[in-house]
Design a protein around this ligand. Structure first.
Ligand code: ATP
Length: 233
């Protein structure tokens, strides 16, 4: 479904990605793990078009998408839930959800998608009129994921969905990621919470200072000495 070949991305003179090669097959959960500043978020931003790629190719379902703007990649079915959630704090939960389906005109389809969001996150149902910014961190993460689902993406990219959340909420979010995948959604997951991410991932990549250092299936990476020392300690 998605192949990155030799991706190099810069912020001014700083090279954040130094030739990244990763692939995601349809139906997989693939995770990117690595320390702060390794280049995980930049990889997702390079895919969705939030930052410009200097060299390399990003092929998505047979189409070259490197340097396509974010609104185009989103119309192609790539949803990006950024780090820190970025919901619209002054808009209500319902308005936030509707922003996710801006390209859909059919009201019935929109309502079906809202119902589907409630299936995963029943709590949102009672909160439709609440302002997004007054929700708890966990609720905002649920809203951010639901908003991304409103466009019925083919590829869901999640940037640190567990960040700053209580362990019980983290469990719930990981359960839902697993469920979404079991229902057919392909997921690219960036996580600092390497252990939990590798447990639900089919495959993983370890990024270090803008390069892929290791790759393998989730189980093998959990057992890998280097990974255990650096990321699971
Ligand atoms: P974190 O988990 O801390 O977000 P990360 O692995 O996602 O880490 P990135 O955010 O992709 O890392 O950052 C990769 C490198 O690019 C870092 O050295 C970072 O300082 C740099 N960087 C990221 N965003 C910018 C920016 N807007 N301007 C300049 N440098 C940036």
């Amino acid at each position: 479904m998605l192949q990155l070949k030799n991706i190099e991305t810069y912020y001014g003179g700083i090279q954040a990605l130094k030739g990244i090669d990763i692939s995601v097959d349809k139906g997989e959960v693939v995770t990117l793990i690595g320390s702060n500043g390794a280049g995980k978020s930049t990889t997702l931003k390079s895919i969705s078009g939030l930052v410009k790629v200097k060299t390399g190719n990003i092929v998505y379902n047979g189409t070259e998408i490197a340097n396509k703007p974010a609104h185009e990649t989103s119309l192609l079915g790539i949803a990006h839930v950024p780090e820190g959630r970025r919901i619209f704090p002054r808009l209500t939960v319902k308005e936030n959800l509707l922003m996710g389906s801006f390209s859909v005109k059919n009201k019935r389809v929109i309502n079906e998608r809202i119902e589907r969001a409630f299936h995963y996150f029943p709590k949102l149902k009672d909160r439709l009129e609440q302002k997004g910014g007054t929700m708890s961190g966990g609720e905002q993460q649920m809203l951010a994921i639901s908003r991304a689902l409103m466009m019925e993406p083919k590829l869901l990219m999640l940037d640190e969905p567990s960040m700053g959340l209580a362990p019980i909420i983290v469990e719930q979010i990981f359960e839902i990621i697993k469920e979404l995948n079991q229902e057919g959604l392909t997921i690219l997951l960036v996580e600092q919470n390497a252990y939990q991410a590798l447990q639900i991932a089919h495959r993983g990549y370890v990024i270090q200072t803008g390069e892929i250092k290791l790759q393998g299936n989730g189980f093998d990476l959990i057992k890998n000495e280097e990974v255990r020392e650096a990321y699971l300690a």
